[in-house]
Design a binder for this molecule. Structure first.
Ligand code: PLP
Length: 407
């Protein structure tokens, strides 16, 4: 008789997001005329850049001709894209990365979730709190987290609190850990680590023999020169860090699907690079040709400019939210180096209750901070991915009803 992987029974999180979806549906059923504005979703809304679309059309035409048709591609990605990534992401930052250190994939979500298979189930790990829930959930599924405790934490997980007090830059763990997930710019806090802060983590990993799993899916949004766009800009990082980057938020590829992971050969004497290569060759058959041509166009002259404009659009939304909420007397973080705003609630209101209050009073939807970890309680995430009119309207509603929301 088969046995199920009972680790799945320990999974938290999805309950909260399912509950939110239910609440929105119920509200809309009760108030069919209500103009509900969604600033909760972490998905882009602007169309693909024209240069990307043109590259896709050209690639589709190639697929329609027997002379240029492509079947299975290399599991690691086509050389043209890996070389474009090297030039556009690394050489431009003064970083040397070899082609065989780059692994093109169909998303950072799968990569950050799958990478843990390269490590023993005995390895301990640390995650930021709050953070993108995939790091924790994928380790729960793999049985690496121990029991779920009454306070919602897992017994074998080291949580690194990111709080107002530490400017959302977590302190080093008190106990030794083998793997460290860092997310910068951070989802949900919208803050990014500075060069100096990141250097502390690299030094720690080098000293203790830990590996940093560095999720930089939002690096294209970094505006402050003090925050590095790649962990490899810092000396010594190649010996201790794997980096994940995605075209999803950089270039509107959330539906198109393309990302890449850098596994340096300097890490673990090349062993992790060889293992990830083996893993991808066994379990993954590559990203489709049309999409890889689209991703290549992101680094062309026209693509770069068009993508800058779209990111500028979202970051103007972020400015409107940040300044609007601040002017109404609220405390809000993020929104400078990332498209996320992290709204600090008054101490006596739970983020899940605030979700109801914001929906009922303003017909605006956001995401309760508690969905991202225990230290997300007392905060609320808004995203800058909406359209301008709706974003501005949501901010006006919040400003008009500030008294009621604060109460
Ligand atoms: N990493 C972070 C921090 C994210 O917030 C997201 C998506 O929201 C992802 C990775 C997933 O990216 P992708 O669309 O490439 O799977």
């Amino acid at each position: 008789m088969y046995q199920l992987n009972t680790n799945y029974d320990k999974l938290p999180g999805s309950y909260l997001f399912a509950a939110i979806a239910k609440k929105i549906a119920a509200y809309q059923k009760e108030h069919p005329a209500a103009d509900v504005i969604r600033l909760g979703i972490g998905d882009v809304t602007r169309p693909l850049a024209p240069a990307v679309v043109a590259a896709m059309h050209r690639a589709v035409d190639e697929m329609a001709d027997a002379a240029t048709f492509r079947g299975y591609g290399p599991e690691q990605g086509y050389d043209f894209l890996r070389d474009a990534i090297i030039r556009g992401e690394y050489t431009s930052r003064g970083v040397e990365i070899d082609r065989d250190e780059i692994f093109v994939s169909d998303g950072s979500k799968c990569d950050v979730a799958n990478i843990q298979e390269l490590f023993s189930p005995e390895c301990s790990f640390a995650i930021g709190d709050p953070v993108y829930p995939v790091y924790l959930d994928s380790n729960v599924m793999a049985g690496r987290t121990g029991e779920l405790l009454a306070d919602g934490r897992f017994a074998r997980v080291t949580y690194l609190p990111a709080t107002e007090e530490n400017r959302f830059s977590p302190a080093l763990p008190a106990e030794p850990v083998d793997l460290i997930y860092l997310c910068s710019p951070n989802n949900p806090t919208g803050t990014a680590l500075t060069r100096q802060e990141l250097a502390v983590w690299i030094e720690y990993a080098r000293k203790t023999g830990a590996v940093i799993l560095y999720d930089s899916a939002y690096s294209a949004y970094i505006a402050e020169p003090d925050c590095p766009g790649s962990i490899y800009e810092l000396p010594g990082a190649k010996e201790v860090a794997i980096e994940f980057k995605s075209f999803s938020k950089t270039a509107g590829f959330t539906g198109v699907r393309c990302a890449f992971t850098v596994v340096p050969k300097a890490l673990a004497g090349g062993k992790l690079n060889a293992m990830w290569n083996r893993r991808q060759c066994t379990k993954f058959n590559g990203v489709n040709y049309v999409v890889q041509r689209a991703a290549e166009a992101v680094y062309g002259e026209a693509g770069r400019q068009e993508i800058r404009r779209t990111i500028g659009y979202y970051m103007e939304n972020a400015r409107i939210i940040r300044e609007g909420l601040s002017s109404a007397g609220f405390t809000v973080y993020g929104g400078v180096n990332a498209p996320y705003l992290w709204w600090s609630l008054t101490k006596n209101v739970k983020s899940f209750d605030f979700f109801d209050r914001l929906l009922n009073v303003c017909q605006v939807v956001g995401t309760p901070g508690s969905g991202f970890g225990p230290h997300g309680e007392g905060f609320f995430r808004l995203t800058a991915f909406g359209n301008r009119e709706q974003t501005s309207e949501a901010v006006e509603r919040i400003k008009r009803n500030a008294g009621q929301l604060l109460g």
